[in-house]
Structure formats: structure tokens, C-alpha cells
Design a protein. Structure first.
Length: 66
């Protein structure tokens, strides 16, 4: 069994969120729900049904002028 591209992206979003918020990633991973990808006829791929959401409203970007 493999992770679908969507599932890998969800894991990467969880990692990014954990890094941005400086929090533990484990609770986010424990909350993820996985299921077989309904579009995969071989039924060998997992997808995440509740991927993490990252809120960027409070993030300030530093822009450098050259």
C-alpha cells in the first residue's frame, strides 16, 4: 500500500503547519483519517479525507528590495 500524491501533500502540509506554529506534529497526524483512494482500481493507494488547513492570515512576509 502506498500514499497517494494527495496523502503525501497532506503530510507535507502538516509538517509545514507544525514548523510555522512551532507545535508538535503528532496530534495533527493522529487526527488524519485515511481511506483507500476510490479512483485507484488496484486499491493500493491511501488518501486523507481531512487534510490539515494552514491559515496564513497572521503571517507577515519579509520582502527584500534589491
Amino acid at each position: 500500500m502506498k500514499l497517494s500524491n494527495q496523502a503525501v501533500g497532506s503530510l507535507m502540509m502538516a509538517l509545514q503547519r507544525s514548523l510555522m506554529e512551532q507545535t508538535d506534529i503528532v496530534p495533527v497526524l493522529q487526527e488524519m483519517n485515511f481511506q483507500l483512494n476510490p479512483e485507484d482500481s488496484s486499491q493500493s493507494e491511501l488518501v486523507v479525507t481531512n487534510p490539515p488547513v494552514i491559515n496564513l492570515n497572521d503571517v507577515q512576509l519579509n520582502e527584500e528590495n534589491e
